[in-house]
Design a protein around this ligand. Structure first.
Ligand code: FAD
Ligand code: NAD
Length: 455
Protein backbone atom coordinates (compact mmCIF):
# COMPACT_ATOMS: atom_id res chain seq x y z
CA UNK A 1 0.00 0.00 0.00
CA UNK A 2 1.28 3.49 -0.84
CA UNK A 3 1.10 5.68 2.23
CA UNK A 4 0.78 8.95 0.39
CA UNK A 5 -2.00 10.67 2.35
CA UNK A 6 -1.65 11.13 6.12
CA UNK A 7 -4.38 12.17 8.53
CA UNK A 8 -4.37 12.83 12.27
CA UNK A 9 -7.30 12.81 14.75
CA UNK A 10 -7.52 13.28 18.47
CA UNK A 11 -9.60 10.10 18.61
CA UNK A 12 -10.04 7.21 16.18
CA UNK A 13 -12.95 4.88 16.96
CA UNK A 14 -13.21 1.41 15.43
CA UNK A 15 -16.81 0.14 15.35
CA UNK A 16 -20.07 2.09 15.08
CA UNK A 17 -22.34 0.06 17.37
CA UNK A 18 -23.84 1.45 20.56
CA UNK A 19 -20.44 1.42 22.32
CA UNK A 20 -18.44 3.12 19.54
CA UNK A 21 -21.12 5.69 18.75
CA UNK A 22 -21.60 6.65 22.40
CA UNK A 23 -17.87 7.11 22.96
CA UNK A 24 -17.39 9.02 19.68
CA UNK A 25 -20.25 11.41 20.41
CA UNK A 26 -18.93 12.27 23.88
CA UNK A 27 -15.45 12.98 22.48
CA UNK A 28 -16.93 15.16 19.74
CA UNK A 29 -19.12 17.06 22.24
CA UNK A 30 -15.84 18.04 23.91
CA UNK A 31 -14.51 19.40 20.62
CA UNK A 32 -12.04 16.64 19.96
CA UNK A 33 -11.46 15.72 16.32
CA UNK A 34 -12.99 12.27 15.86
CA UNK A 35 -13.08 9.62 13.13
CA UNK A 36 -15.03 6.36 13.18
CA UNK A 37 -14.51 3.29 10.99
CA UNK A 38 -16.84 0.37 10.36
CA UNK A 39 -16.34 -2.49 7.94
CA UNK A 40 -20.08 -3.18 7.66
CA UNK A 41 -23.27 -1.12 7.64
CA UNK A 42 -23.10 1.63 10.28
CA UNK A 43 -25.12 1.24 13.47
CA UNK A 44 -23.86 -2.05 14.92
CA UNK A 45 -25.32 -5.45 15.73
CA UNK A 46 -28.21 -4.62 18.04
CA UNK A 47 -30.00 -2.18 15.74
CA UNK A 48 -29.11 -3.79 12.39
CA UNK A 49 -29.08 -7.54 12.99
CA UNK A 50 -29.63 -8.33 16.67
CA UNK A 51 -31.92 -7.37 19.52
CA UNK A 52 -34.34 -5.05 17.76
CA UNK A 53 -35.01 -7.09 14.62
CA UNK A 54 -35.35 -10.21 16.74
CA UNK A 55 -37.86 -8.59 19.09
CA UNK A 56 -39.98 -7.41 16.15
CA UNK A 57 -40.19 -10.94 14.73
CA UNK A 58 -40.79 -12.56 18.13
CA UNK A 59 -43.90 -10.51 18.78
CA UNK A 60 -45.57 -12.20 15.82
CA UNK A 61 -44.83 -15.74 16.99
CA UNK A 62 -45.91 -14.65 20.46
CA UNK A 63 -49.22 -13.48 19.05
CA UNK A 64 -49.75 -16.91 17.50
CA UNK A 65 -48.67 -18.61 20.72
CA UNK A 66 -51.03 -16.56 22.91
CA UNK A 67 -53.94 -17.04 20.52
CA UNK A 68 -53.33 -20.77 20.53
CA UNK A 69 -53.39 -20.76 24.34
CA UNK A 70 -56.73 -18.98 24.35
CA UNK A 71 -58.27 -20.96 21.51
CA UNK A 72 -61.64 -22.29 22.57
CA UNK A 73 -61.68 -19.73 25.40
CA UNK A 74 -62.90 -16.91 23.21
CA UNK A 75 -60.41 -17.09 20.36
CA UNK A 76 -62.07 -18.85 17.42
CA UNK A 77 -59.49 -18.46 14.67
CA UNK A 78 -55.72 -18.38 14.93
CA UNK A 79 -53.98 -15.42 13.30
CA UNK A 80 -52.54 -16.24 9.87
CA UNK A 81 -49.14 -14.62 9.41
CA UNK A 82 -47.95 -13.15 6.13
CA UNK A 83 -44.19 -13.63 6.67
CA UNK A 84 -43.31 -11.43 3.70
CA UNK A 85 -45.15 -8.54 5.32
CA UNK A 86 -43.64 -9.34 8.72
CA UNK A 87 -40.18 -9.09 7.13
CA UNK A 88 -41.13 -5.84 5.39
CA UNK A 89 -42.29 -4.40 8.71
CA UNK A 90 -39.01 -5.47 10.35
CA UNK A 91 -36.99 -3.87 7.55
CA UNK A 92 -38.88 -0.61 8.02
CA UNK A 93 -36.97 -0.40 11.32
CA UNK A 94 -33.58 -1.77 10.27
CA UNK A 95 -33.16 -0.33 6.74
CA UNK A 96 -32.94 3.32 7.90
CA UNK A 97 -30.37 2.54 10.62
CA UNK A 98 -27.15 2.72 8.51
CA UNK A 99 -27.95 5.92 6.57
CA UNK A 100 -29.41 7.64 9.64
CA UNK A 101 -26.39 6.68 11.76
CA UNK A 102 -23.96 7.95 9.14
CA UNK A 103 -25.88 11.21 8.77
CA UNK A 104 -26.02 11.75 12.54
CA UNK A 105 -22.27 11.18 12.89
CA UNK A 106 -21.46 13.42 9.92
CA UNK A 107 -23.69 16.18 11.30
CA UNK A 108 -21.64 16.02 14.50
CA UNK A 109 -18.49 16.58 12.44
CA UNK A 110 -17.17 13.04 12.79
CA UNK A 111 -15.17 11.64 9.83
CA UNK A 112 -16.32 8.26 8.54
CA UNK A 113 -14.30 5.34 7.15
CA UNK A 114 -15.87 2.26 5.61
CA UNK A 115 -13.22 -0.37 6.08
CA UNK A 116 -11.45 -2.35 8.76
CA UNK A 117 -8.39 -0.42 9.86
CA UNK A 118 -5.29 -2.31 10.93
CA UNK A 119 -2.66 -1.09 13.32
CA UNK A 120 0.80 -0.48 11.85
CA UNK A 121 2.33 1.07 14.97
CA UNK A 122 1.36 2.22 18.45
CA UNK A 123 -0.12 5.44 17.07
CA UNK A 124 -1.14 4.61 13.50
CA UNK A 125 -3.60 2.54 11.52
CA UNK A 126 -3.96 1.98 7.80
CA UNK A 127 -7.43 2.47 6.41
CA UNK A 128 -8.85 3.18 2.94
CA UNK A 129 -5.35 3.52 1.56
CA UNK A 130 -4.29 6.14 4.10
CA UNK A 131 -2.10 6.14 7.16
CA UNK A 132 -4.11 7.65 9.97
CA UNK A 133 -2.60 8.58 13.32
CA UNK A 134 -4.46 9.44 16.51
CA UNK A 135 -3.76 10.46 20.10
CA UNK A 136 -6.29 7.87 21.31
CA UNK A 137 -7.84 4.78 19.77
CA UNK A 138 -11.17 3.35 20.92
CA UNK A 139 -11.79 -0.26 19.94
CA UNK A 140 -15.53 -1.00 19.85
CA UNK A 141 -15.75 -3.77 17.26
CA UNK A 142 -18.16 -6.01 19.20
CA UNK A 143 -18.38 -9.77 18.79
CA UNK A 144 -18.74 -11.95 15.71
CA UNK A 145 -20.02 -15.54 15.43
CA UNK A 146 -17.54 -18.20 16.53
CA UNK A 147 -16.34 -20.23 13.54
CA UNK A 148 -17.03 -23.95 13.71
CA UNK A 149 -14.15 -25.81 12.17
CA UNK A 150 -16.01 -28.86 10.87
CA UNK A 151 -16.38 -30.51 7.49
CA UNK A 152 -19.16 -28.81 5.51
CA UNK A 153 -19.00 -25.61 7.59
CA UNK A 154 -19.83 -23.65 4.40
CA UNK A 155 -23.44 -24.91 4.73
CA UNK A 156 -23.88 -23.34 8.17
CA UNK A 157 -26.09 -20.29 8.54
CA UNK A 158 -26.04 -17.65 11.30
CA UNK A 159 -28.49 -15.73 13.49
CA UNK A 160 -28.46 -12.99 10.88
CA UNK A 161 -29.78 -15.43 8.27
CA UNK A 162 -32.59 -16.52 10.60
CA UNK A 163 -33.63 -12.87 10.98
CA UNK A 164 -33.82 -12.62 7.18
CA UNK A 165 -35.61 -15.90 6.40
CA UNK A 166 -37.94 -15.33 3.45
CA UNK A 167 -40.17 -18.14 4.73
CA UNK A 168 -40.30 -20.37 7.77
CA UNK A 169 -38.29 -23.50 6.95
CA UNK A 170 -39.85 -26.95 7.39
CA UNK A 171 -37.07 -28.01 9.73
CA UNK A 172 -33.98 -26.52 11.33
CA UNK A 173 -31.08 -27.61 13.52
CA UNK A 174 -29.32 -25.27 15.92
CA UNK A 175 -25.80 -26.13 17.02
CA UNK A 176 -25.57 -24.67 20.52
CA UNK A 177 -28.34 -23.75 22.95
CA UNK A 178 -27.44 -20.35 24.34
CA UNK A 179 -29.48 -17.17 24.02
CA UNK A 180 -29.65 -17.16 20.21
CA UNK A 181 -30.66 -20.77 19.65
CA UNK A 182 -33.21 -20.83 22.48
CA UNK A 183 -34.93 -17.62 21.36
CA UNK A 184 -35.14 -18.55 17.68
CA UNK A 185 -36.08 -22.15 18.51
CA UNK A 186 -39.19 -20.92 20.37
CA UNK A 187 -40.15 -18.57 17.54
CA UNK A 188 -39.69 -21.14 14.77
CA UNK A 189 -41.29 -24.05 16.65
CA UNK A 190 -44.36 -21.89 17.32
CA UNK A 191 -44.55 -21.09 13.62
CA UNK A 192 -44.58 -24.75 12.60
CA UNK A 193 -40.89 -25.49 12.00
CA UNK A 194 -39.48 -28.77 13.32
CA UNK A 195 -36.60 -27.65 15.57
CA UNK A 196 -33.70 -29.74 16.83
CA UNK A 197 -31.00 -28.45 19.16
CA UNK A 198 -27.57 -30.09 19.35
CA UNK A 199 -25.78 -28.88 22.47
CA UNK A 200 -22.23 -29.82 23.45
CA UNK A 201 -22.90 -29.29 27.15
CA UNK A 202 -25.20 -31.35 29.39
CA UNK A 203 -27.75 -28.53 29.58
CA UNK A 204 -28.79 -25.26 27.93
CA UNK A 205 -28.13 -21.72 29.13
CA UNK A 206 -25.51 -22.91 31.58
CA UNK A 207 -25.19 -19.53 33.33
CA UNK A 208 -28.90 -19.33 34.18
CA UNK A 209 -30.80 -20.76 37.15
CA UNK A 210 -30.81 -24.52 36.81
CA UNK A 211 -34.30 -25.04 38.28
CA UNK A 212 -35.82 -22.60 35.78
CA UNK A 213 -33.76 -23.81 32.81
CA UNK A 214 -35.10 -27.35 33.39
CA UNK A 215 -38.65 -26.00 33.33
CA UNK A 216 -37.91 -23.99 30.19
CA UNK A 217 -36.49 -27.05 28.41
CA UNK A 218 -39.62 -29.05 29.28
CA UNK A 219 -41.78 -26.21 28.00
CA UNK A 220 -39.82 -26.03 24.75
CA UNK A 221 -40.05 -29.79 24.31
CA UNK A 222 -43.81 -29.40 24.60
CA UNK A 223 -43.60 -26.76 21.87
CA UNK A 224 -41.97 -29.42 19.70
CA UNK A 225 -38.26 -28.64 20.15
CA UNK A 226 -36.02 -31.73 20.36
CA UNK A 227 -32.91 -31.36 22.56
CA UNK A 228 -29.82 -33.52 22.13
CA UNK A 229 -27.24 -32.84 24.85
CA UNK A 230 -23.57 -33.88 25.07
CA UNK A 231 -23.51 -33.76 21.27
CA UNK A 232 -20.19 -33.49 19.47
CA UNK A 233 -20.97 -32.18 15.98
CA UNK A 234 -18.45 -33.43 13.42
CA UNK A 235 -19.69 -32.43 9.97
CA UNK A 236 -22.41 -31.35 7.58
CA UNK A 237 -23.23 -32.86 4.23
CA UNK A 238 -25.50 -31.40 1.56
CA UNK A 239 -28.26 -33.68 0.32
CA UNK A 240 -30.83 -32.82 -2.34
CA UNK A 241 -33.24 -30.90 -0.10
CA UNK A 242 -31.76 -31.30 3.34
CA UNK A 243 -28.49 -30.94 5.18
CA UNK A 244 -27.24 -33.95 7.09
CA UNK A 245 -25.48 -33.18 10.38
CA UNK A 246 -23.16 -35.81 11.76
CA UNK A 247 -22.58 -35.88 15.49
CA UNK A 248 -21.80 -38.27 18.28
CA UNK A 249 -23.19 -38.71 21.78
CA UNK A 250 -21.23 -40.82 24.26
CA UNK A 251 -19.03 -42.08 21.42
CA UNK A 252 -22.03 -43.24 19.33
CA UNK A 253 -22.16 -41.73 15.82
CA UNK A 254 -25.49 -40.36 14.66
CA UNK A 255 -26.94 -38.18 11.93
CA UNK A 256 -29.82 -35.76 11.71
CA UNK A 257 -31.44 -34.18 8.64
CA UNK A 258 -33.02 -30.75 8.39
CA UNK A 259 -33.48 -27.98 5.82
CA UNK A 260 -31.21 -25.50 7.60
CA UNK A 261 -28.40 -25.73 10.14
CA UNK A 262 -27.54 -22.72 12.29
CA UNK A 263 -24.23 -22.13 14.00
CA UNK A 264 -25.28 -20.73 17.40
CA UNK A 265 -22.19 -21.78 19.31
CA UNK A 266 -21.39 -18.35 20.70
CA UNK A 267 -19.76 -15.10 19.68
CA UNK A 268 -16.11 -14.09 19.95
CA UNK A 269 -14.36 -10.68 20.03
CA UNK A 270 -14.00 -9.11 16.55
CA UNK A 271 -10.28 -8.42 16.70
CA UNK A 272 -8.66 -10.70 14.13
CA UNK A 273 -8.09 -8.19 11.34
CA UNK A 274 -6.89 -5.33 13.56
CA UNK A 275 -3.23 -6.43 13.88
CA UNK A 276 -3.33 -5.56 17.58
CA UNK A 277 0.13 -7.00 18.17
CA UNK A 278 1.65 -4.26 15.96
CA UNK A 279 0.44 -1.70 18.53
CA UNK A 280 1.19 -3.88 21.55
CA UNK A 281 -2.50 -4.20 22.53
CA UNK A 282 -3.10 -7.26 24.67
CA UNK A 283 -6.21 -9.39 24.14
CA UNK A 284 -7.45 -12.71 25.52
CA UNK A 285 -10.36 -14.99 24.60
CA UNK A 286 -12.85 -12.53 26.14
CA UNK A 287 -11.50 -9.51 24.24
CA UNK A 288 -9.20 -6.54 24.76
CA UNK A 289 -7.69 -6.74 28.23
CA UNK A 290 -8.73 -3.56 30.03
CA UNK A 291 -8.63 -2.09 33.53
CA UNK A 292 -11.66 -0.69 35.38
CA UNK A 293 -11.34 2.53 33.33
CA UNK A 294 -11.68 0.35 30.21
CA UNK A 295 -8.17 1.37 29.24
CA UNK A 296 -5.96 -1.23 27.57
CA UNK A 297 -3.66 -2.70 30.22
CA UNK A 298 -0.80 -2.85 27.74
CA UNK A 299 -1.34 0.44 25.84
CA UNK A 300 -2.76 3.37 27.88
CA UNK A 301 -3.72 5.41 24.79
CA UNK A 302 -6.09 2.66 23.71
CA UNK A 303 -9.53 2.03 25.22
CA UNK A 304 -12.01 -0.75 24.51
CA UNK A 305 -15.75 -0.72 25.12
CA UNK A 306 -18.77 -2.93 24.53
CA UNK A 307 -18.72 -6.62 23.66
CA UNK A 308 -15.07 -6.46 22.53
CA UNK A 309 -13.74 -5.44 25.95
CA UNK A 310 -13.03 -8.35 28.26
CA UNK A 311 -15.63 -7.05 30.75
CA UNK A 312 -18.66 -9.29 30.20
CA UNK A 313 -21.53 -9.93 29.75
CA UNK A 314 -22.08 -8.99 26.11
CA UNK A 315 -25.34 -7.09 26.26
CA UNK A 316 -26.53 -3.83 24.73
CA UNK A 317 -27.11 -1.81 27.93
CA UNK A 318 -23.67 -2.69 29.26
CA UNK A 319 -22.05 -1.87 25.91
CA UNK A 320 -23.71 1.57 25.97
CA UNK A 321 -22.51 2.15 29.53
CA UNK A 322 -18.97 1.13 28.57
CA UNK A 323 -19.05 3.54 25.59
CA UNK A 324 -20.07 6.32 27.98
CA UNK A 325 -17.24 5.49 30.38
CA UNK A 326 -14.64 5.34 27.61
CA UNK A 327 -15.79 8.60 26.00
CA UNK A 328 -15.45 10.36 29.34
CA UNK A 329 -12.08 8.77 30.14
CA UNK A 330 -10.64 9.87 26.80
CA UNK A 331 -11.82 13.42 27.50
CA UNK A 332 -10.50 13.28 31.09
CA UNK A 333 -8.28 10.35 31.99
CA UNK A 334 -9.57 8.04 34.72
CA UNK A 335 -12.66 10.19 35.34
CA UNK A 336 -15.03 7.20 35.20
CA UNK A 337 -14.79 3.64 36.48
CA UNK A 338 -16.84 0.64 35.42
CA UNK A 339 -18.79 -0.40 38.48
CA UNK A 340 -21.68 -2.66 37.55
CA UNK A 341 -23.37 -4.20 40.55
CA UNK A 342 -25.92 -6.19 38.58
CA UNK A 343 -26.88 -6.46 34.92
CA UNK A 344 -30.38 -7.77 34.25
CA UNK A 345 -30.77 -10.02 31.27
CA UNK A 346 -33.61 -11.79 29.48
CA UNK A 347 -33.59 -14.78 27.19
CA UNK A 348 -36.62 -14.02 25.03
CA UNK A 349 -37.95 -17.55 25.01
CA UNK A 350 -41.52 -18.78 25.55
CA UNK A 351 -41.88 -17.83 28.34
CA UNK A 352 -39.08 -15.33 29.02
CA UNK A 353 -36.25 -16.33 31.32
CA UNK A 354 -34.97 -13.25 33.14
CA UNK A 355 -32.23 -12.88 35.65
CA UNK A 356 -30.60 -10.20 37.79
CA UNK A 357 -28.01 -10.27 40.55
CA UNK A 358 -26.31 -13.39 41.83
CA UNK A 359 -27.05 -16.96 40.86
CA UNK A 360 -27.39 -19.58 43.59
CA UNK A 361 -23.76 -20.73 43.52
CA UNK A 362 -22.34 -17.19 43.44
CA UNK A 363 -24.62 -16.10 46.30
CA UNK A 364 -23.66 -19.12 48.42
CA UNK A 365 -19.97 -18.42 47.80
CA UNK A 366 -20.42 -14.79 48.81
CA UNK A 367 -22.76 -14.95 51.82
CA UNK A 368 -22.68 -17.14 54.90
CA UNK A 369 -26.35 -18.02 54.69
CA UNK A 370 -28.58 -17.65 51.66
CA UNK A 371 -32.33 -17.94 51.85
CA UNK A 372 -33.80 -19.40 48.67
CA UNK A 373 -37.37 -18.70 47.70
CA UNK A 374 -38.15 -21.08 44.85
CA UNK A 375 -41.32 -22.44 43.37
CA UNK A 376 -43.78 -23.10 40.62
CA UNK A 377 -46.63 -20.64 40.30
CA UNK A 378 -48.28 -21.89 37.14
CA UNK A 379 -51.53 -22.15 39.11
CA UNK A 380 -51.50 -18.45 40.07
CA UNK A 381 -53.94 -16.00 38.50
CA UNK A 382 -51.46 -14.32 36.11
CA UNK A 383 -50.52 -17.57 34.38
CA UNK A 384 -54.00 -19.07 34.51
CA UNK A 385 -55.62 -16.06 32.85
CA UNK A 386 -53.28 -16.64 29.86
CA UNK A 387 -53.73 -20.40 30.03
CA UNK A 388 -49.95 -20.49 30.43
CA UNK A 389 -48.59 -23.65 32.03
CA UNK A 390 -45.09 -22.37 32.85
CA UNK A 391 -44.40 -19.77 35.54
CA UNK A 392 -41.70 -20.18 38.20
CA UNK A 393 -39.08 -18.32 40.26
CA UNK A 394 -35.90 -18.49 42.28
CA UNK A 395 -35.18 -15.52 44.55
CA UNK A 396 -32.01 -15.31 46.66
CA UNK A 397 -31.73 -13.36 49.87
CA UNK A 398 -28.76 -12.74 52.15
CA UNK A 399 -30.28 -14.23 55.31
CA UNK A 400 -28.18 -12.15 57.70
CA UNK A 401 -29.29 -8.77 56.29
CA UNK A 402 -32.59 -9.75 54.57
CA UNK A 403 -31.20 -8.10 51.40
CA UNK A 404 -32.38 -9.42 48.01
CA UNK A 405 -29.26 -10.45 46.08
CA UNK A 406 -30.57 -12.38 43.09
CA UNK A 407 -33.84 -12.88 41.22
CA UNK A 408 -34.59 -15.33 38.43
CA UNK A 409 -38.02 -15.43 36.84
CA UNK A 410 -39.58 -17.61 34.16
CA UNK A 411 -42.78 -15.93 32.98
CA UNK A 412 -44.39 -14.39 29.94
CA UNK A 413 -43.71 -10.88 31.29
CA UNK A 414 -40.36 -11.52 32.97
CA UNK A 415 -38.47 -9.25 30.54
CA UNK A 416 -40.36 -6.27 31.97
CA UNK A 417 -41.03 -7.32 35.55
CA UNK A 418 -37.38 -8.27 36.22
CA UNK A 419 -36.62 -4.53 36.14
CA UNK A 420 -38.48 -4.21 39.45
CA UNK A 421 -35.97 -6.61 40.97
CA UNK A 422 -33.10 -4.80 39.20
CA UNK A 423 -34.22 -1.61 40.96
CA UNK A 424 -34.56 -3.40 44.29
CA UNK A 425 -31.14 -5.07 44.08
CA UNK A 426 -29.46 -1.89 42.83
CA UNK A 427 -30.88 -0.06 45.85
CA UNK A 428 -29.93 -2.91 48.22
CA UNK A 429 -33.54 -3.42 49.29
CA UNK A 430 -34.47 -5.97 51.90
CA UNK A 431 -37.45 -8.30 51.52
CA UNK A 432 -39.23 -6.29 54.19
CA UNK A 433 -38.68 -3.02 52.29
CA UNK A 434 -39.73 -4.62 49.02
CA UNK A 435 -43.00 -5.79 50.53
CA UNK A 436 -43.69 -2.27 51.81
CA UNK A 437 -43.81 -0.94 48.22
CA UNK A 438 -47.19 -0.41 46.61
CA UNK A 439 -47.33 -2.13 43.23
CA UNK A 440 -50.10 -2.34 40.64
CA UNK A 441 -52.68 -5.12 40.74
CA UNK A 442 -53.04 -7.39 38.87
CA UNK A 443 -49.44 -7.51 37.71
CA UNK A 444 -46.56 -9.94 37.55
CA UNK A 445 -44.50 -7.56 39.72
CA UNK A 446 -47.11 -7.78 42.47
CA UNK A 447 -46.60 -11.57 42.48
CA UNK A 448 -43.00 -11.04 43.63
CA UNK A 449 -44.23 -10.18 47.14
CA UNK A 450 -46.09 -13.48 47.35
CA UNK A 451 -43.05 -15.35 46.03
CA UNK A 452 -41.06 -14.13 49.02
CA UNK A 453 -43.53 -15.42 51.62
CA UNK A 454 -42.33 -17.96 54.15
CA UNK A 455 -44.18 -21.20 53.63
C1 FAD B 1 -29.14 -12.19 17.26
C2 FAD B 1 -28.72 -11.35 18.45
C3 FAD B 1 -29.66 -10.95 19.36
C4 FAD B 1 -29.28 -10.18 20.46
N1 FAD B 1 -30.25 -9.81 21.36
C5 FAD B 1 -29.91 -9.05 22.41
C6 FAD B 1 -30.91 -8.62 23.33
O1 FAD B 1 -32.09 -8.95 23.20
N2 FAD B 1 -30.53 -7.83 24.37
C7 FAD B 1 -29.22 -7.46 24.56
O2 FAD B 1 -28.93 -6.73 25.53
N3 FAD B 1 -28.25 -7.86 23.70
C8 FAD B 1 -28.56 -8.64 22.64
N4 FAD B 1 -27.60 -9.03 21.76
C9 FAD B 1 -26.20 -8.58 22.01
C10 FAD B 1 -26.02 -7.13 21.53
O3 FAD B 1 -26.38 -7.05 20.17
C11 FAD B 1 -24.58 -6.70 21.74
O4 FAD B 1 -24.24 -6.85 23.10
C12 FAD B 1 -24.37 -5.23 21.33
O5 FAD B 1 -24.78 -5.00 20.01
C13 FAD B 1 -22.89 -4.87 21.50
O6 FAD B 1 -22.67 -3.54 21.10
P1 FAD B 1 -21.21 -3.09 20.65
O7 FAD B 1 -21.31 -1.67 20.28
O8 FAD B 1 -20.23 -3.50 21.66
O9 FAD B 1 -20.90 -3.99 19.36
P2 FAD B 1 -21.65 -4.07 17.98
O10 FAD B 1 -23.04 -3.58 18.04
O11 FAD B 1 -21.44 -5.47 17.51
O12 FAD B 1 -20.85 -3.06 17.06
C14 FAD B 1 -19.56 -3.32 16.61
C15 FAD B 1 -19.37 -2.67 15.26
O13 FAD B 1 -18.01 -2.85 14.89
C16 FAD B 1 -17.92 -3.21 13.53
N5 FAD B 1 -16.68 -3.94 13.31
C17 FAD B 1 -16.36 -5.21 13.67
N6 FAD B 1 -15.10 -5.50 13.29
C18 FAD B 1 -14.62 -4.38 12.70
C19 FAD B 1 -13.39 -4.05 12.11
N7 FAD B 1 -12.39 -4.92 12.05
N8 FAD B 1 -13.24 -2.82 11.59
C20 FAD B 1 -14.25 -1.93 11.62
N9 FAD B 1 -15.43 -2.18 12.17
C21 FAD B 1 -15.62 -3.39 12.71
C22 FAD B 1 -19.17 -4.05 13.29
O14 FAD B 1 -19.52 -4.05 11.92
C23 FAD B 1 -20.19 -3.33 14.16
O15 FAD B 1 -20.90 -2.34 13.44
C24 FAD B 1 -27.93 -9.79 20.64
C25 FAD B 1 -26.97 -10.20 19.71
C26 FAD B 1 -27.35 -10.97 18.62
C27 FAD B 1 -26.31 -11.40 17.64
N1 NAD C 1 -31.52 -11.76 24.86
C1 NAD C 1 -30.25 -11.37 24.86
O1 NAD C 1 -29.84 -10.54 25.67
C2 NAD C 1 -29.31 -11.94 23.85
C3 NAD C 1 -29.78 -12.61 22.74
C4 NAD C 1 -28.88 -13.11 21.83
C5 NAD C 1 -27.52 -12.95 22.04
N2 NAD C 1 -27.09 -12.29 23.12
C6 NAD C 1 -25.63 -12.13 23.38
O2 NAD C 1 -24.91 -12.77 22.35
C7 NAD C 1 -24.07 -13.79 22.92
C8 NAD C 1 -23.97 -14.93 21.97
O3 NAD C 1 -25.15 -15.71 21.98
P1 NAD C 1 -25.09 -17.24 21.56
O4 NAD C 1 -26.42 -17.85 21.81
O5 NAD C 1 -24.47 -17.34 20.22
O6 NAD C 1 -23.98 -17.82 22.52
P2 NAD C 1 -24.01 -18.37 24.02
O7 NAD C 1 -22.63 -18.22 24.49
O8 NAD C 1 -25.12 -17.80 24.80
O9 NAD C 1 -24.33 -19.93 23.80
C9 NAD C 1 -23.55 -20.77 23.02
C10 NAD C 1 -23.96 -22.21 23.29
O10 NAD C 1 -23.33 -23.05 22.33
C11 NAD C 1 -22.77 -24.18 22.98
N3 NAD C 1 -21.67 -24.65 22.15
C12 NAD C 1 -20.44 -24.10 21.98
N4 NAD C 1 -19.72 -24.80 21.09
C13 NAD C 1 -20.50 -25.84 20.70
C14 NAD C 1 -20.32 -26.91 19.78
N5 NAD C 1 -19.19 -27.08 19.10
N6 NAD C 1 -21.33 -27.79 19.61
C15 NAD C 1 -22.49 -27.64 20.28
N7 NAD C 1 -22.72 -26.65 21.15
C16 NAD C 1 -21.74 -25.75 21.36
C17 NAD C 1 -22.37 -23.67 24.35
O11 NAD C 1 -22.24 -24.72 25.28
C18 NAD C 1 -23.53 -22.73 24.66
O12 NAD C 1 -24.61 -23.41 25.25
C19 NAD C 1 -24.71 -14.12 24.26
O13 NAD C 1 -23.82 -14.66 25.17
C20 NAD C 1 -25.24 -12.78 24.68
O14 NAD C 1 -24.21 -12.08 25.31
C21 NAD C 1 -27.95 -11.79 24.04
Amino acid sequence: MKNTKKKHYDVFVIGSGIAGQTAAEICREHNLSVAIADNREFGGTCANRGCDSKKILLQFSHLVYQSRNLRGRGVEKLPKLNWKKVQKFKRSFSDPIPPNTEQKLKDLGISLYHQSPNFISKTEVEVEGKVVSADHFIIATGNIPRELDIEGKEFLKLSEDVLNFKKIPKSITFIGSGYIAMEFACMLATLGCKVTILERDKTSLAKFDDYLVKKLITKMENLGVAFIFNADVTGIQKLKKNLKVSYSVDGKSKTHKSRKVINATGRVPAIETLDLEKAGIEADKDGIVVNDHLQSKSHPKVYACGDVSNKSPSLTPLSGLQGYIVGNNVVKEKSKTLDVPCVPSTVFTTPNLSSVGYGEEEAKARYKSVKIYQGDCSNWFNAKKENEDTYAYTILVNERTDEIVGAHILSSKANESINVFATAIYNKMTVKEFKRMMLTYPSYSMDFKKMMENK
